[in-house]
Design a binder for this molecule. Structure first.
Ligand SMILES: Cc1ncc(COP(=O)(O)O)c(C=O)c1O
Length: 408
């Protein structure tokens, strides 16, 4: 057997092997994907599906974007890893262009979203200690947050499934309701280092805060000298119709946390962007990652940043997102109790009388669409931004029929 051959063949056999030998920390739909191209994925039985999850927005630019593949292939043949002990020739463009895209002085390259969130937390705490002289810094977070899975991050999750049994927890976090800027103002004390929020809460069900919230959070944090950290891991890179979700209100946080789509769906790439007065607290040895900013990641991510700079994906997400939301609106009251979102991103609450969101996802799968439930009754749609208008219409049509299927 060569190292690349798969020991099992049928989808059922592969799923059984995965069940037996991969820990059960996910509950995937019963599909084994073999190929991806643009908005489409194909399973081992040759069935084709419209990918409406896009790996939780990591595949915003579509599967196998030709330019990203070209850059990745080229880089694979040249140089893939040096560690940060040495400079490599893909780093300068990556950090310069990502800093320019975020309109910040500099970036910290990491790999996963959770690592970037951890980085932002460490930077906020270090800044509080070193610059503001706070002995026990606190970070204000929002109820319903999802920032990843590390021990510190689940310490301030209010999702019992994510949290229970993983204590003891990291102290230093204060939770306020999402979307209520005055609650943040009331929670700020002399020990507050930062406010960290998702500008739109993805995992919570694509919760969009009231208009003006981000602006007010910026004002409140600026007035009290507290850092504003925006976790754009899921909302960033054109998902909402702007490069970043904070752009919708023209707000500039102190730290922008990025991940997922920055790696073009090819490699894990994350980063935190900030100005030198904040990120300058990091000095040699205080933080790092063997793989962070590696040549392959840097080459692919630079290509992603260049594609973002064209504005094409933001425009697609804006106009096709309007089309998607206009189509979805017709479902309200008809098996659907609420729809939220911005751009090509939607959280759709399924009427419990009809079934769960997973029931809908399974019906959609039978109709050639892959989507994912979150929190039992919410179906999340986040197709690759290369989706066409016809495909958006087809998606809405199939969702309408899937809901009808459940009605029986
Ligand atoms: C807003 C947000 N932050 C952080 C993360 C964690 O990213 P990762 O799974 O790459 O660690 C996620 C993942 O869904 C996320 O949605």
């Amino acid at each position: 057997m060569s190292v690349t051959s798969t020991p099992t063949v049928t989808a059922a056999e592969q799923i059984a092997a995965i069940e037996a030998h991969a820990a059960h920390n996910y509950h995937p739909l019963e599909v084994v994907i073999e190929r991806g191209e643009g908005v489409w994925v194909t399973d081992v039985d040759g069935e084709r599906y419209l990918d409406c999850l896009a790996a939780y927005s990591a595949v915003n630019l579509g599967h196998g974007h030709p330019e990203l593949l070209r850059v990745a292939h080229e880089q694979l043949d040249r140089l893939t890893l040096t560690s940060r002990a040495f400079h490599h020739d893909k780093m300068a463009a990556f950090v310069t262009e990502l800093a320019a895209l975020t309109r910040k002085d500099m970036v910290v390259p990491m790999n996963t979203g959770a690592e970037a969130v951890e980085t932002a937390i460490k930077v906020a705490r270090k800044h509080a200690h070193d610059v503001r002289g706070i002995a026990v810094p606190e970070i204000i977070v929002a109820a319903g947050n999802f920032h990843g899975r590390t021990t510190t991050i689940v310490s301030f999750s209010d999702d019992p499934v994510a949290r229970d049994g993983f204590g003891p927890f990291t102290p230093g976090f204060v939770t306020v309701p999402f979307g209520d800027a005055e609650a943040i103002a009331a929670a700020i004390t002399e020990n507050t280092a930062a406010v960290m929020i998702e500008p739109i809460q993805g995992e919570a069900g694509v919760n969009v805060p009231p208009e003006g919230y981000l602006t007010r959070v910026r004002e409140i944090t600026a007035d009290s000298g507290v850092l504003f950290i925006a976790d754009e891991v899921q909302s960033g890179f054109a998902r909402t119709g702007d490069t970043f979700a904070v752009d919708h209100e023209g707000v500039r946080p102190d730290l922008i946390v990025m991940g997922k789509a920055l790696g073009g769906g090819i490699v894990p790439v994350s980063a935190v962007a900030g100005d030198v007065d904040v990120l300058g607290v990091l000095t040699p040895g205080t933080h790092g990652s063997t793989f962070g900013g590696n040549p392959l990641a840097a080459a692919v991510a630079t290509a992603v940043v260049r594609l973002m700079a064209t504005g094409e994906f933001q425009e697609r997400s804006r106009t096709l997102g309007e089309r998607l939301h206009a189509g979805l609106a017709a479902l309200l009251g008809d098996g659907v109790t609420a729809i939220r979102g911005r751009g090509l991103w939607a959280g759709i609450d399924i009427d419990p009388a009809l079934g769960t969101a997973r029931d809908v996802a399974m019906k959609l799968k039978d109709r050639g669409i892959l989507a994912k439930d979150t929190h039992v009754h919410t179906l999340r749609l986040a197709p690759p931004l290369v989706i066409t208008a016809e495909q958006v219409d087809w998606l809405v049509e199939q969702l309408t029929l899937a809901l009808a299927d459940l009605r029986g």
